[in-house]
Design a protein around this ligand. Structure first.
Ligand SMILES: *Cc1c(COP(=O)(O)O)cnc(C)c1O
Length: 398
C-alpha cells in the first residue's frame, strides 16, 4: 500500500494525555496512583449550567445551529468582554468553536501561509507547536527563564523577529507555569508587535483562575491598534469545569473571524447545540461557583508551593494563576536511583509513576526538560499524600 500522509505522520500524540492514560491504566488495575497530571478542574459543572443543558434537550434544541455558533451565545460572549474586560466586540467578531483548542486551530489555519513563523515562548502549552505545524507554519521557540518568571522579554522577542514572522502567542495566566503577565509586560510586547506588524494570539483560557492579581488584563485592552491585531482565545472549559462540553471561542477582526467560520463550517459545522445553551448560562449566570473553585485552588496552591520549596532538591516559583506548579528538578536530573539513570524529565516521571505511584507531566512536554508539572486540580488529601511520596523519592536520591 502507498504510505499515509507524511505530514500527518509528523504529528505526535498529546504527551499530557499519554501519561494520564498510563496512570489511569494502573488505577484500573487497583494500584493506588496519585495523579498530578490533571489538566481540568476536579469539580462538576455548576448546577445551573447543567440545568440549562437539560432544558435545551427537553425543548428540542437539538438540530444544527449556525456553523459559527448561536447569536445568543455570541452576544453573551460580547457582554462578557464588555463587562469583564471593557472590550467592545460585535457578534460578527466572535466565533464559537468546539473548545478553545479548536478556536486556536481555526486561528492558525486562517492566518498562516507555508513558511510563516509563529513565536512561541517556552515552556508552552503542548498543542501550540503542533497546531502551528498543522497549518503549515513554523514554530519559533524562545526559551524563557525562571528568573524572569518564565516571561518572554522584549529583548528576546526582538531577536527572533524577521520578515517571515507573522504572529506571537501569549498565554496569560500561563499553562504550565502559572505566570501572569502584568499590564506593563504586555504593553512592552504589544509595542514590538505593532512596530513589526505581527498578529497576537492571546490565549486567556485561565483568565478567571487568578490568586494574587485582582483582575485579568487582556493585551487587547491596550488600545485599538493592538486590539485590531489580536485574536483572543477563551472558553468555558477551565473556569466553569466544562472541559467535556467542548465550547471555546475566539474574538478579533471581523475579516479573520469570517475566514475561521468558513473553515469551521466545512470541518465540524456548529459546536454542540446543547453545550452552547449551557455556555450561555455559564457566562451570564451566577459566578459564585467560580469564586468557590478559585478559593479552593488558592488553598491548595499555597500548600503545594510551600511543601515543594521545603523539599531539599526541588523548588518552584509561586504561580499566580491557572492550576499548575512548574517544579524545578535540575538538582535531581542526572542522578541514579536503583540502577535507573535519571537523565531526562521523562525518566523522572517514569520512576515516579512506576516506583512511587505518582503521576506527573514531564517538562519535556512543554519544551523544558529541567521541570515537571504538577496540577493542583486534585483533592487536598491526594496532594498531601502525593507530595509525601515525591518527598520520599527525592530524599532517596539527594
Ligand atoms: C486547556 C487549555 C486550552 C484548551 O481548552 P479547551 O477549551 O478545552 O479546548 C487552551 N489553552 C490552554 C493553555 C489550555 O490549558
Amino acid at each position: 500500500m502507498k504510505p499515509i500522509s507524511s505530514k500527518a505522520f509528523k504529528i505526535a500524540p498529546s504527551p499530557t494525555l499519554a501519561i494520564s492514560a498510563r496512570a489511569k491504566e494502573m488505577k484500573n488495575q487497583g494500584i493506588n496512583v496519585i495523579g498530578f497530571g490533571a489538566g481540568q478542574p476536579d469539580f462538576n459543572t455548576p448546577n445551573h449550567i447543567r440545568e440549562a443543558a437539560k432544558k435545551a434537550i427537553d425543548e428540542g434544541f437539538t438540530g444544527y445551529t449556525p456553523a459559527a455558533g448561536i447569536v445568543e451565545l455570541k452576544e453573551a460572549v460580547c457582554e462578557k468582554f464588555k463587562k469583564e474586560n471593557n472590550l467592545d466586540f460585535k457578534p460578527s467578531q466572535v466565533i464559537i468553536s468546539n473548545g478553545a483548542k479548536h478556536s486556536l486551530y481555526n486561528t492558525f489555519q486562517a492566518l498562516l501561509d507555508p513558511g510563516d513563523e509563529v513565536i512561541i515562548p517556552v515552556p508552552y502549552w503542548v498543542s501550540y507547536p503542533q497546531l502551528v505545524e498543522m497549518a503549515g507554519g513554523t514554530p519559533v521557540f524562545v526559551e524563557t527563564e525562571e528568573e524572569h518568571k518564565f516571561k518572554i522579554t522584549p529583548q528576546q522577542l526582538k531577536k527572533v523577529i524577521n520578515e517571515k514572522t507573522k504572529a506571537l502567542i501569549i498565554n496569560s495566566p500561563n499553562n504550565p507555569t502559572g505566570t501572569v503577565y502584568t499590564k506593563k509586560d504586555l504593553e512592552d510586547i504589544a509595542e514590538i508587535a505593532v512596530s513589526n506588524d505581527l498578529y497576537i494570539i492571546s490565549d486567556e483560557i485561565y483568565e478567571k483562575l487568578l490568586y494574587d492579581e485582582d483582575t485579568h488584563f487582556s493585551i487587547a485592552q491596550i488600545d485599538e491598534e493592538v486590539k485590531r491585531r489580536t485574536i483572543i482565545i477563551n472558553g468555558v472549559s477551565k473556569a466553569y469545569a466544562m472541559t467535556g462540553w467542548r465550547i471555546g471561542y475566539a474574538a478579533g477582526e471581523e475579516k479573520i473571524i469570517k475566514v475561521m467560520s468558513n473553515i469551521q463550517s466545512h470541518a465540524t459545522s456548529n459546536p454542540n447545540s446543547i453545550a452552547q445553551k449551557a455556555a450561555v448560562a455559564a457566562l451570564l449566570g451566577a459566578q459564585k461557583p467560580v469564586e468557590d473553585m478559585v478559593n479552593e485552588f488558592s488553598k491548595r496552591r499555597d500548600y503545594m508551593v510551600n511543601k515543594i520549596n521545603d523539599i531539599e532538591g526541588l523548588s518552584c516559583i509561586n504561580p499566580k494563576g491557572a492550576f499548575y506548579v512548574f517544579v524545578n528538578i535540575s538538582k535531581i536530573k542526572g542522578k541514579t536511583v536503583s540502577d535507573k539513570k535519571l537523565s531526562t524529565s521523562d525518566d523522572i516521571a517514569n520512576v515516579l509513576l512506576d516506583d512511587f505511584k505518582v503521576a506527573v507531566i514531564p517538562g519535556s512536554a512543554f519544551g523544558m526538560d529541567n521541570y515537571i508539572r504538577l496540577s493542583y486540580a486534585v483533592s487536598m488529601d491526594d496532594i498531601q499524600l502525593g507530595l509525601d511520596r515525591i518527598q520520599r523519592f527525592v530524599s532517596s536520591i539527594i
